[in-house]
Ligand binder design. Structure first.
Ligand code: SG7
Ligand code: ZN
Length: 304
């Protein structure tokens, strides 16, 4: 049986490599962040704080591609620079979300084996070096994704603006224009447009655990929620897109702090439909790693 197009998104990540050879690469995402194996004093990270700017008017369209919700921006006036990106200037292309069928999972990355209820991704491309998003997506330093973990708690005000619009894009290929401004910087756990400006705040992940090298993330090895959460911090490593074509073009920047969203808001995400009007199959979850773990055939062994 041939896997094609969108069906791949719903298939197990270990199948992706059949059609997308990049999925077998050596810097595949997501990874498990091992907090006792990070480097704090990387000069490149601390010489310039990470900084961002997102005008609320840049969020133009809300789309249901069948496997998540996504907000496309016009990039106008948006900026991400500094930290691991050094002096290159990146623009925001889109942001989207991953979630799980229960509140105990849904994030793509894990921290010391612990999954979160969801993960928000702000996808940027390097405008200093490349002319288009497509060109940047093929380059090793072409993309930068800011990741924010979602934990269940109180309802998030800015996220609610998105949740309230989702019924208008309930089915695959539905798309609406955004009129009420949605400000992606309000979805970040760190305010003030900068992060990682002190030595311990920005940390580079050392030799992160790779999805395709047989190192499958195991919640069983969870050390609990005891890791250090730096108020202004992030973890960074060089990785890939988490879905086909799995391009190894992403500098990942994951905030240590999470944001809270409500169970109800997550349920609105889970209620999005995978197919066009007429077929009512809900998108219960759309995070990669756990799907493989659930399969009995997954070889959940760890290499040291
Ligand atoms: C989501 O994640 C979508 C994809 C995105 C993919 O499935 O947002 O974007 C589109 C255009 O649907 O793929 C090329 C791209 O951004 C992977 O992005 S991610 O690594 O940040 N999860
Ligand atoms: Zn994503």
């Amino acid at each position: 049986s041939q896997l094609t197009g969108d069906m791949l998104i719903y298939s197990r990540p270990s199948k992706w490599v059949e059609k997308f050879p990049m999925a077998a690469g050596s810097r595949q995402s997501p990874v498990n962040i091992e907090t006792d194996r990070v480097e704090s004093d990387h000069e490149a990270l601390i010489s310039k704080p990470l900084r961002w700017k997102y005008p609320a008017t840049a969020s133009r369209k809300l789309v249901n591609p069948g496997y998540c919700w996504r907000i496309d921006t016009d990039g106008e006036g948006t900026l991400l620079s500094g930290g691991p990106l050094m002096d290159d200037v990146y623009k925001l292309e889109q942001y989207h979300c991953h979630w799980g069928c229960s509140d105990s999972r849904g994030s793509e990355h894990t921290v010391d084996g612990q999954a979160f209820a969801g993960e928000l991704h702000l996808v940027h491309w390097n405008t200093s070096k490349y002319k288009t998003f497509a060109e940047a997506a093929k380059a090793p330093d072409g993309l930068a994704v800011l990741g924010v973990f979602l934990k269940v708690g109180k309802a998030h005000e800015e996220m609610d603006k998105i949740a309230r619009l989702l019924p208008y894009v309930s089915h695959k290929d539905d798309c609406i224009e955004i009129n009420e401004p949605i400000d992606p910087s309000k979805l970040l756990p760190v305010r003030g447009g900068r992060a990682g400006s002190s030595n311990s705040a920005a940390q580079r992940c050392v030799n992160p655990c790779m999805r395709w090298a047989g190192r499958i993330i195991r919640p069983a090895e969870n050390k609990g929620s005891q890791w250090q959460v730096d108020d202004n911090g992030y973890w960074t490593y060089l990785g890939s897109l988490t879905t086909p074509p799995c391009n190894e073009s992403v500098t990942w920047i994951l905030f240590k702090r999470y944001i809270e969203v409500s169970h109800h808001q997550l349920n609105i995400f889970r209620n999005l439909r995978k197919f066009p009007r007429g077929e009512e199959c809900p998108c219960h979850e759309n995070h990669g790693v756990v799907r493989d773990q659930q399969l009995p055939s997954a070889t959940a062994t760890r290499q040291s």
